[in-house]
Structure formats: structure tokens, C-alpha cells
Design a binder for this molecule. Sequence first.
Ligand code: PLP
Length: 396
Amino acid sequence: MPEISKKGHNMPQSPIRKLVPYAEEATKKGKKVYYLNIGQPDIKTPTIAMNAIKSSSLDILAYSRSEGSEEYRKKIVKYYLHNNIDLTHNDIIVTTGGSEALLFAFGSIMDEGDEIIIPEPFYANYNGFSTSSGINVVPVISKIENNFALPPIEEFEKLITPNTKAILICNPGNPTGYLYSKEEIKKLASIVKEHDLFLIADEVYREFVYDGIEHYSILQESGLEEHAIVVDSVSKRYSMCGARIGYLVSKNRDVIKTALKFAQARLSPPTLAQIASEAALDTPQSYFDDVITEYVKRRNILTSELEKIEGVTVAKPNGAFYCIAELPVKNSDDFARWLLQSFDYNNNTVMVAPAAGFYSTPGVGQNQIRIAYVLNEESLRTAVKILAEALKVYKD
Ligand SMILES: Cc1ncc(COP(=O)(O)O)c(C=O)c1O
């Protein structure tokens, strides 16, 4: 039989999706499953975006330009300007989700065997994208005890080798909800300048920041123009995960020129979804105000209810809509599977994402889970209650 590639063997399963068959099995048995595992918001997509699809008068669903429609990119420029970021449409390539922007960024700046430093825990698919790009993740560990703050700069510097090409941060962070301060961004900026590295910031959750703290983008940092690459997406911002639209942003002309070649190879980002995403840019501020109020309420309920459970530690997120919780279990992978296969509370159970897959250091995060607070208040309270009841009876 012909053999599949080493790369294929090494591709990790997504910790967010790998337990889906068990959840489906539980549902077939008549259990209700509360999904805390995946960042699919239950928030409605702005009407203005949905209406743009409904009223489209296209009679051919044609390819768009590889870098995305010019009209759309010009409107994105206005969005960034509103966020104190000065760009031109030539600094933007529209991609098939932030996922493709990450792949284009990796492909444009790194070769097989190159290294990228990423504070962990990190968005699990960074592991998958690194494997498929043939590059090595070098983790720098941020700890739950410190609420996942950036480790001291010396920790980064210790990890830099001749193969290091970039540092990647997620701001605000998935899975930690950590929001980097302006000072932290400035420190990272000084390291990448000193060691001539790229700084990639995944800012897909930029709009979701709480407690009156302002998001500081690497694109606002002057002197970083040649180093900064931003990954962005409409998926969470407008609850448009299925649109599959994101963008790669950089003022570095070589990065854009190179990423465009990757973009040309895959021809075009989705045409209809660009029309919807362009319309979404007119979403009124009141939509975001309501969404933020809702997420803050959910975050507060989730963290305070989790803290009431004996043996559970939770980091307080300042952004995005995830948190990491440490549980009194040895192996959260086994626990998450057991919840679906063998446990119910009044015929209800929960699905969580085991956190080990959000680390690249073997053995770390084994007793942690990631929770996405994408359910309404009542469901969230029920889900945490189920978790508390499960922990009372679970035996490792
Ligand atoms: C941190 C982060 N980056 C990128 C993505 C990719 O999102 P998409 O491809 O839907 O834009 C996600 C999705 O959950 C994410 O959480």
C-alpha cells in the first residue's frame, strides 16, 4: 500500500474537535450536550451582513482578485484607521479565514527547520500550521499562577537561535484570554528589532477586550513596520465563522509581495463572503457594545462559578471568550472523554477541550481544560453545575 507522508503522521488532531464523535454518541443516547469546547459564538451575525448576501444581484459567482476585492480592502483601511492604525489597501491581503493568513505568513517568512517562538498555551492549530509548514515551535511557558502574563524578556532571549525567524503572539489570547499591555508589546518590539525577527500578532479577537482596557496593536508601534505581521478575521468579530474571511496585514512590502504569490496559487478568497464582510464593516457600534456586555457577564459568571468548585483554579481573562481552568484531575483528556461517554447529570453533560493540545511542551497542561464562554447565561450556569457534579464522582 502506498504510504502517507511523515508530515501527515505528525499532524496533530485538534483538541477542540477530536472528541466530537463521543459527543455525537452521547447525543444519540438521548443526552443533552453543552458545548464549551469550540469558539463558535451563539451571537447573531449582523443583519446588515446577512442582507448583503440576500440582496446580492450577482449572476456569476466569479473569482475575486487574489489579494481580495479592492473596494473591500479600501473599506478595511477605514476600519483600521478608526482603531488608530494607519494603512493602505496595499498592506492587506484578504484570506480564507485567519487560518489561511497564518499559513501565508508562515510560508512567506520561514523555511523547513526554522523556528518560531510562541508563548504557550497557544491556539492549538498553531501546532498544526507549524507541522504543515515544516517549522518548529519553540514554546515559552506562561503560567496560570501569573494569569498567563508574558514571561520575562530574558526567557525569550534564551530561546533565540540562528534558526529563529519569528515570535508569534495571540492578542487577546486564545485560550488564555490574556491581553498584552502596551509595555509588553514594546518589550517584544525591542527583542524583534534587536535580533532581526518578525513579530506576528494574531489579533482576531481585537474587538473583545474588557474592563475598560484598550487593545494595543503591534501595527501601532512605530519603528516596527518591517517586522510586524498581523493576522485578522471576521469570524468572531461579526460572528461570521462560516464566511471564511480573514486578512494578513503588513507594511513590509516583501512580506506582502511574497504572501501574494501564495494567494495567487489558491486563486481567490470567497467572493460572496467578501460582499457580506464588506457590509459587516458598517455594523453599528451598538452591536459591539451589546456583545461586549454579554461576554463580560458570561465571563464573570463562568469564572466566579468555577472558583466555587473545590480544587479548581481559573485564570481571569481580560479579552477573547475563553479561559483555562485547572481541575483536580490527573488527565483532562480522559476526564473530557469520560464526561461524554460515562457521565450525565439529569441526562445532561458537557464537552470541554482538554488543554494539553494547547501546549507544545509534552506533559504540560494535563490537568487543564479550555472553556469557551459562547453559551447564554442559563446554559453556562447549567454547564458549570454539571462540571461540578462530575468532579464529585470522577475517579482518575
Ligand atoms: C486565535 C485564533 N486565530 C485564528 C483563528 C482562525 O479563525 P478563522 O480561520 O475562522 O478566521 C482562530 C479560530 O478560532 C483563533 O482562535
